[in-house]
Design a protein around this ligand. Sequence first.
Ligand SMILES: Cc1cc2nc3c(=O)[nH]c(=O)nc-3n(C[C@H](O)[C@H](O)[C@H](O)COP(=O)(O)O)c2cc1C
Length: 316
Amino acid sequence: MLNLPTPVLVMAPMVDLSHVAYRELIRSFGGCDLFYSEMLNSRIVPVENPETSVYLRWAHTNDLIFQILGSDPEKMEQAASRLDTFDPFGIDVNMGCWLKKVTVHGWGAALMKDMDRAGQVISAVRRATGRPVSVKMRIGYAPDRQYMLEFAGMLQEAGADFLVLHARTVPDGLSRKARWEYIASLKEHVSIPVVGNGDVMCAQDACDMVRQTGCDGVMIGRQALIHPWIFRDVRALMAGQPQGEAPGLQEVLHALLALLETHFPADVALKRFKTALFWLAQNLTFGHYLTKLAGRAQSMDEVKKSIKACFESGIS
Ligand SMILES: Cc1cc2nc3c(=O)[nH]c(=O)nc-3n(C[C@H](O)[C@H](O)[C@H](O)COP(=O)(O)O)c2cc1C
């Protein structure tokens, strides 16, 4: 797929989490094939200063897809043109975000209700870049297979190079089981590659998704936050090799702290660590306690003390 391994393994876009430090943490365990940035507002990107922005930070861009959010074709074109100058792997258009604060502006999943505008947005982004353009979409507002296929066909016609399907409807939000059968239908219908997304909880699920749907790639979100080494395990399973040991969580937390301190100012590093801890702490029996303790910390030093105290006290 697009000169990438098949199935391509992809880290999902996640607000306040798909940043340079998490990417580098995942990379330290062998990484994945493509990373997505968190969604970037197309009204802000053209005026964002890369010297000071907390969003425009990276260690590598050749495997990074910037995701943009918006519904004004002109603004989306400007945002894509700007991001193109940073030499990313590609640009993605967010047509999957279901949150009211996003859809109320006609952005994200709201574009799935407006086929004409969605097509104009993709044509505009297509004009802005010669790099791969992807669309991260949902099934639609209802589990209407025909509508989803028609919409996807339109995206392909308008110039999308590949599609990522988060196999839920908009009203599903993040609840209910992802409907992988829609990934299979999409794959059968379009000629461009399809990446499946939704409810990959372990390496075996990634293999099952590929086998059951025929998709060209697997995007993992929440489980890649909890287990930043999951892509290593997926690769091993796909190659029929034994799974590696899970790394020590204390070391993982310290590695993330160090990466955050390298890439962000102290206040942002602290905030991002607290956000990440909600996920990483799910590996620990005392995770809830650690999250609470570190949540009160006013500095990175206090966070480090909380971690030390929790691990040393051997709470379990
Ligand atoms: C905290 C959080 C933030 C998210 N932010 C974004 C985003 O910025 N853009 C996007 O397209 N999807 C976003 N998503 C959706 C994920 O990319 C993904 O589609 C969803 O979590 C399902 O995949 P999973 O079951 O592997 O987690 C977000 C999800 C979570 C949990």
